[in-house]
Design a binder for this molecule. Structure first.
Ligand code: 5GP
Ligand code: SF4
Ligand code: MG
Length: 463
């Protein structure tokens, strides 16, 4: 998901809409904005679909007045899949200290257990979202201010969270102790503050990047400035390496590293580790593009656009059902036949999950008369589901969990198939290699889960 908040600026919701538009790649199912204005109170608009279709008209934006607002773009991982407007964030609730809205990126790994406990104690849940647990825990806290109640609540949850919350006067940003999901602090040109999942959302509104909210940090932005605290027990940092591989936008900077440059360097590592003779290096657009550029630079094999992307389609993976995903690949990508015919082609993509994309693309490329197809994948084999906010399927549906690389090569029917190594990926991220205590979360590739996935263990989905 993507989250954005702004305070200290007239019509803050307009800034939030723009910020969310820049974060649309992080979630396309739905979006919402909550604002507060004195005399009006809290206002909320939550809708299915793209930000540009829902939050551009004057009619809608005038329903969101005030100098403080926050918003969310949704990509469902926890809770019910697909359509339910009650699960669209920001969630908003009134309790003892006044109202509070919450936008959450990540996934809580003990939400089911907490929900059962809270329901037992009388809480009435309105949604199937894991985030709602935070609200109920806040409502039950005995603390005297919303930030303190929030700290209380967040000390009880496990898993990954970057949260933007707002009260009537405060914009609050918090990251879990491991810092699994990103969260950036920015300064608006008029002196107001904003919080965003990625720096690309600061760029769109001309905000200055101040710094990242640190793992385990809570920042409170008000008219008086920034207040920082570290309410949680310190933990080893585990930023999601998949944010670099795929999830974040290439024009964002995270942890001091350009996402684009990191992806390009993964391509360099991939070419070093798995060279092959060929005529062209082609990306599977757009996610494979920076790595393909790196692969081409390192190997000296010319880069070319062998597959053309229809710019009017979203990300295929995000579509919840298999039928739509299958269609999606063809609606989105088409082969540049004139270029491909008779050529030995290296195809570079960021990842293989179910294998749907790779299979379809290989068919299209061979159909267009390619002499050879060599797949190069800019991440290690995805063998494990993510429980921290990326919607990877269970192991039965992960191609690399079911087959060896050679079996996958045969299954896909390509001349060769190779993945970057874990160490290669770490080198591209600026490390020497993967350390004994890894510098990132890489559980979907390694199976080393930094946070015990309580709920899924209870449900018997993993050991
Ligand atoms: P597959 O077709 O193998 O299931 O999915 C791989 C493709 O989906 C890749 O091209 C990649 O760009 C995209 N993808 C991989 N992982 C994710 C993910 O977690 N979320 C989304 N939205 N897309 C993904
Ligand atoms: Fe990121 Fe993979 Fe860890 Fe999930 S399991 S947080 S996608 S690295
Ligand atoms: Mg892709």
């Amino acid at each position: 998901c993507g989250i954005f908040g702004a305070t200290g600026v007239p019509d803050a919701a307009n800034f939030v809409a723009l910020g969310l538009h820049a974060l649309q790649h992080r979630g396309q199912e739905a979006g919402g904005i909550v604002s507060f204005a004195p005399g009006v109170g809290f206002s909320s608009v939550r809708r299915f679909g793209y930000v540009r279709d829902n939050f551009t008209s004057a009619d809608v934006m005038k329903q969101l007045p005030g100098q403080i607002a926050c918003g969310h773009v949704r990509y469902s991982t926890a809770g019910s899949k697909g359509a339910a407007i009650r699960d669209v964030q920001p969630l908003f609730a009134e309790f003892a200290m006044g109202g509070c809205a919450i936008a959450h990126n990540g996934n809580l790994t003990n939400a089911e257990a907490l929900r059962a406990e809270l329901i037992d104690r009388g809480s009435i849940f309105q949604s199937s979202s894991d985030t709602e647990c935070i609200i109920h825990l806040m409502a039950r806290s005995i603390q005297r201010s919303i930030p303190e109640r929030m700290k209380d609540a967040l000390r009880r949850v496990e898993g990954a969270f970057s949260v933007i919350a707002m009260t009537r006067t405060k914009l609050i940003g918090v990251r879990d102790a491991r810092g699994v999901r990103p969260l950036m602090l920015g300064r608006l040109t008029n002196g107001g503050w904003c919080l965003a999942s990625e720096t690309c959302a600061l760029d769109i509104i001309g905000a200055e990047f101040v710094r990242e909210v640190q793992p385990g940090e809570m920042v409170i932005c008000t008219a008086d400035g920034i207040e920082s605290s570290f309410p949680f027990e310190a933990k080893p940092k585990k930023f999601c390496v998949f944010e670099y591989v795929y999830f974040s936008r290439p024009d964002s900077v995270i942890g001091g590293h350009s996402v684009y440059e990191t992806r390009r360097r993964i391509g360099v590592e991939l070419a070093k580790e798995n060279p092959v003779e060929a005529d062209l290096v082609c990306p599977v657009p757009d996610s494979g593009t920076p790595a393909a550029i790196g692969f081409s630079q390192e190997s000296g094999i010319p880069y070319a656009m062998g597959i053309i992307r229809n710019q009017y389609m979203g990300r295929t993976f995000i579509e919840p059902t298999a039928e739509i995903r299958n269609m999606g690949v063809r609606l989105k990508l088409n082969v540049n036949r004139a270029l491909i015919k008779g050529k030995r082609v290296i195809l570079v993509d960021d990842s293989v999950v179910r294998g749907t994309t790779s299979q379809k693309i290989k068919d299209m490329i061979l159909d267009a008369g390619a002499a050879e197809v060599h797949f190069r994948i800019a991440s290690p084999p995805t063998q494990w589901p993510c429980f921290y906010g990326v919607d990877t399927p269970d192991r039965e549906n992960l191609l690399a969990a079911q087959m060896t690389v050679e079996q996958m090569r045969q299954h896909l029917g390509v001349n060769s198939l190779a993945f970057v190594s874990l160490d290669g990926m770490y080198r591209a991220c600026g490390e020497k290699k993967r350390a004994a205590e890894p510098q990132f979360c890489d559980a979907c590739f390694s199976g080393d889960y930094p946070v015990r996935p309580t709920d899924v263990i209870a449900a018997g989905r993993v050991k």
